[in-house]
Design a protein around this ligand. Structure first.
Ligand code: FPP
Length: 247
């Protein structure tokens, strides 16, 4: 049976976040350098977005570059930035055809100017697309995001725009980089590592976590659907009892 047909379209996650890991190991396994692995990661990006958009997933967020990734060798950082620029340009017609709205989270101002410009052009060009929101986490770190959020809320308290007593979870949600996205329902990490690595810590409070040994450049539509089927077989209780959920 077609794997996609096993998916209950009424119960798909609203927001899937992916830690795309294993590019370096994939390349090394082929006797190539790490950059070769990153270049071969784009098919997996394309297939995941396509798969998600076919089963009513509203948002997909990809961890493309972490705040910690700046510590990698300059050659690799430069290659990742060039890849970001060239792939955003190349994919724009497909984003338009498939109704993909592009979004970005992270310390975007720390990216090279050229990357910021291409990113902003693609975000503007796709802003009226409604099929799926594709968010790139770039120069992103969840702790940095939370610090930034606290600063912004504090400024509003000082300016008397917000009363301390009124601060609640919604206030925080509305000041995170992800203010316009739903909570993460499912987080997928490839390559066998079982860590969250400073990704969407607040937003993943109730997320289901799915780990697969598949290296990111080998990740395809079929692996994405495996994750969704696994997710649908879990019982999400949000702190309630199993009986309360099934009632
Ligand atoms: C992790 O693999 C991957 C990254 C740090 C970068 C992710 C980038 C891409 C998937 C390239 C394409 C993305 C865009 C947005 C153009 P790793 O290098 O840590 O692999 P390793 O753990 O095997 O060394």
């Amino acid at each position: 049976m077609d794997k996609k047909l096993r998916i209950d379209l009424q119960k798909t996650p609203k927001h899937v976040a992916i830690i795309m890991d294993g590019n370096g190991r994939w390349a090394k396994g082929k006797g190539m350098n790490r950059i070769f692995g990153h270049r071969n990661a784009l098919t997996a990006v394309r297939e995941s977005v396509k798969a998600a958009s076919q089963i009513n997933i509203a948002a997909i967020t990809l961890y493309a570059f972490s705040t910690e990734n700046w510590n990698r060798p300059k050659l690799e950082v430069d290659a990742l930035m060039s890849l970001l620029i060239s792939s955003l340009k190349k994919e724009l017609p497909d984003f338009m055809e498939n109704g993909v709205k592009v979004n970005a989270i992270g310390a975007i101002e720390s990216l090279p100017k050229k990357a910021q410009k291409v990113l902003s052009d693609v975000i503007i060009s796709t802003e009226n697309n409604t099929n799926i929101t594709l968010t790139f986490a770039l120069s992103y770190g969840s702790r940095e995001e939370i610090v930034n959020t606290i600063k912004n809320i504090s400024k509003k308290v000082v300016n008397k725009e917000i009363n301390i007593e009124e601060i609640n979870e919604n206030t925080i949600n509305n000041h995170l980089y992800t203010f316009n996205l739903p909570d993460v329902d499912l987080m997928i990490r490839t390559s066998g590592e079982q860590r969250i690595s400073n990704f969407l810590l607040w937003q993943m409070a109730y997320a289901e976590l799915y780990f697969t040994d598949v290296l990111w450049p080998d990740f395809r539509e079929t692996h994405f659907y495996d994750a969704i089927i696994d997710y649908q077989n879990r019982e999400r209780r949000f702190g309630k009892t199993s009986e309360q959920i099934t009632e």
